[in-house]
Design a protein around this ligand. Structure first.
Ligand SMILES: CC(C)(COP(=O)(O)OP(=O)(O)OC[C@H]1O[C@@H](n2cnc3c(N)ncnc32)[C@H](O)[C@@H]1OP(=O)(O)O)[C@@H](O)C(=O)NCCC(=O)NCCS
Length: 138
């Protein structure tokens, strides 16, 4: 299954895909995230097409130490056909080519389907707490 790096013309399709996959949140701007990932030297967005339709996408980035995977989503009608696996494997290849040794990702604890998917792909749940803070908040 061919996986390709997306380009700016894919923005509306990728945002629609991420919305259909339930990955967007009101406080994030997925279009801005997409443009930023394409513009930066250490990140990209990978996609799988079925004909002219985008059916899966994932953002991958190298933070200088580890790799991170974000916004992995497959169009609901294409679940269970190996699209998600291909995207995760392509993201790992993209990171490995940059000398990154480990990939991390965050999954909401209640997202049992995604947790099952990543376990099936050989990912382990790490015994760490993730801390977060709005940058610039008082
Ligand atoms: C999670 C998601 C990306 C999986 O994509 P997909 O294309 O349906 O998955 P694949 O067909 O590539 O499945 C790959 C493997 O995972 C397994 N798998 C998938 N979901 C699973 C689950 N809930 N439990 C156990 N195994 C699962 C499949 O059986 C398959 O195994 P195989 O390759 O040995 O046959 C997709 O369901 C999705 O877009 N979900 C909504 C968005 C989301 O939650 N994204 C993750 C946010 S962090």
């Amino acid at each position: 299954m061919p996986v390709e790096e997306l380009n700016p013309a894919d923005e509306s399709a990728v945002v629609a895909l991420w919305e259909a996959a339930g990955l967007t949140r009101p406080w994030n701007d997925p279009g801005a995230d997409f443009r930023r990932a394409l513009a930066g030297p250490s990140s990209t967005v990978l996609g799988v097409r079925d004909g002219a339709s985008l059916v899966g996408a994932a953002m991958v980035g190298d933070d200088g130490h580890r790799g991170w995977l974000y916004y992995l989503g497959v169009a609901p009608a294409h679940h269970g056909r190996g699209v998600g696996r291909c995207l995760v494997e392509a993201a790992q290849s993209w990171l490995a080519a940059r000398g990154v040794a480990k990939v991390l990702l965050m999954v909401r604890r209640e997202n049992d389907a995604a947790r099952g998917f990543y376990a099936a792909l050989g990912f382990n749940e790490e015994d760490v707490a993730v801390f977060g803070r709005r940058v610039g908040a008082p």
